[in-house]
Design a protein around this ligand. Structure first.
Ligand SMILES: Cc1cc2nc3c(=O)[nH]c(=O)nc-3n(C[C@H](O)[C@H](O)[C@H](O)COP(=O)(O)OP(=O)(O)OC[C@H]3O[C@@H](n4cnc5c(N)ncnc54)[C@H](O)[C@@H]3O)c2cc1C
Length: 385
């Protein structure tokens, strides 16, 4: 198998060429080298520019989210490959709600939300995690209490990426506290621009604010914006999480190329050739995994272990590459963006600071390994869940 060859069959080459030409002409410049994680813009101007680009993409018929809604899986795949190869974004916010709306949304919800989400006109965030409900998400305590044709929401979420720029939130809340913890949860599309919703950005060690705390104080969401039936939230969220994990991968920075970059970093005496070769082996396997899983996802032939395996493989390798980079930089590893003599404007340091996050987001690696034990090896279910 040639892992550098495109995944899609050759009959999609003309479509690929047209996306490539469009992207070359219209895509925004590559983001700053320094930003190694899935970063949230720091000002409204950046958000507007991103929305403008996604609007162009959508109107030209190249929005991967819109293309993925069709019956042919390949155009979306081709568009993603071409857009990512140019280092450009193809989505804004956290579009996780898309699967939920497509599979469980009413016709009215789909009509109101989906096209605007795919065109980047509305920004969404994912309101799942709480201070006492992360891995054990089903313990969430944010309440949604029915009051006529609406629900009143009280509680707190945390680690909400993009909340500070979001128009809507994909919310999980407890509607039946008496039911089994998995059965009492319901999914909603909540308006983030209302007085009962307070967003407080968190300052991270990267110096940026990608996460937020979100507080609900008598916030309201209409019954018309409930996704699915009461009590179906857990099943809906599980499907969404599976699609989020299967999208994890090295994105626009190929890991094999990053390992090659490490060769040039070595302070004399610190280079460990055997260690670099082992990282390259793992990066090469990552490429193969991404390649295979992209085909399987496009053909809807994924197995339950696919997404957890890709997620743990990518995130542990990403962390090990970042740690090796800092080791090779030696005393230069303490320099940061803007310091004289900083390598790649602090990209490696930034990658290292962000790398732990990838081992936690979309379900921690320990929890992913529990899933692999259960789903691939048929071992007994983790008793903590
Ligand atoms: C980059 C990033 C982006 C995120 N974005 C969002 C977002 O937009 N919206 C959102 O809702 N959340 C988001 N999160 C939160 C994320 O989903 C949670 O951090 C994650 O589910 C883990 O929960 P926790 O932080 O509460 O850790 P905990 O669940 O408290 O886990 C603590 C430790 O215990 C381990 N552990 C827990 N349970 C088990 C078990 N059963 N078996 C073995 N080990 C276990 C974990 O692996 C971890 O090491 C984001 C997180 C990160 C890092």
């Amino acid at each position: 198998m040639d892992v550098d060859a495109p995944v899609a069959p050759p009959e999609y080459d003309p479509f690929r060429a047209s996306v490539r030409a469009f992207v070359a002409e219209h895509a925004p410049p590559r983001p700053e080298q320094r930003k190694a994680g899935m970063r949230t813009p720091e000002d409204a101007g950046e958000v507007a520019a991103l929305q403008q680009w996604l609007g162009l993409l959508h109107r030209a018929g190249y929005s991967p989210l819109e293309l993925a809604a069709g019956t042919d899986p390949w155009p979306a795949r081709v568009a993603i490959e071409e857009i990512e190869a140019a280092g450009a974004p193809w989505r804004i916010g956290n579009p996780l709600v898309e699967t939920a709306l497509t599979e469980h949304g009413t016709a009215d919800q789909q009509q109101r939300f989906l096209s605007r989400l795919r065109a980047g006109e509305d920004i969404w965030c994912q309101l799942y995690s709480e201070p006492d409900a992360g891995s054990d998400l089903a313990s969430l305590t944010t309440r949604a209490v029915r009051d006529g044709d609406r629900y009143v929401v009280n509680g707190q979420k945390v680690w909400t990426t993009w909340a500070q720029w979001s128009d809507y939130g994909y919310l999980l809340a407890r509607t039946d506290p008496a039911a089994d913890k998995h059965a009492g949860i319901t999914a909603f599309a909540i308006d983030m621009r209302q007085p009962g919703v307070e967003v407080r950005p968190l300052r991270e060690m990267t110096g940026t604010s990608d996460f937020n705390e979100v507080f609900f104080t008598d916030a309201v969401v209409s019954v018309a914006d409930r996704i699915g039936e009461e009590g179906q939230g857990w099943a809906i969220a599980s499907r969404s999480l599976m699609s989020e994990r299967s999208r994890q991968g090295s994105g626009d920075r190929d890991m094999c190329e990053q390992v090659k970059d490490l060769v040039a970093l070595g302070t004399p005496g610190l280079v460990d050739t055997a260690g670099l070769v082992r990282l390259y082996e793992r990066a090469h396997v990552l490429r193969l995994l991404e390649h295979t899983m992209a085909s399987r996802a496009a053909l809807q032939q994924e197995t339950p272990a696919d997404a957890p395996v890709l997620k743990t493989w990518f995130s542990t390798l990403n962390l090990d590459v970042a740690e090796e980079a800092l080791r090779l930089l030696g005393s230069r590893s303490v320099l940061v963006e803007g310091d004289a003599g900083t390598e790649a404007n602090g990209r490696w340091q930034d990658m290292w600071l962000y790398a732990r996050g990838y081992t936690i987001s979309a379900g921690s690696n320990e929890v992913m390994r529990n899933l692999i034990a259960e789903r691939a090896l048929g071992m007994p279910r983790d008793r903590a869940r």
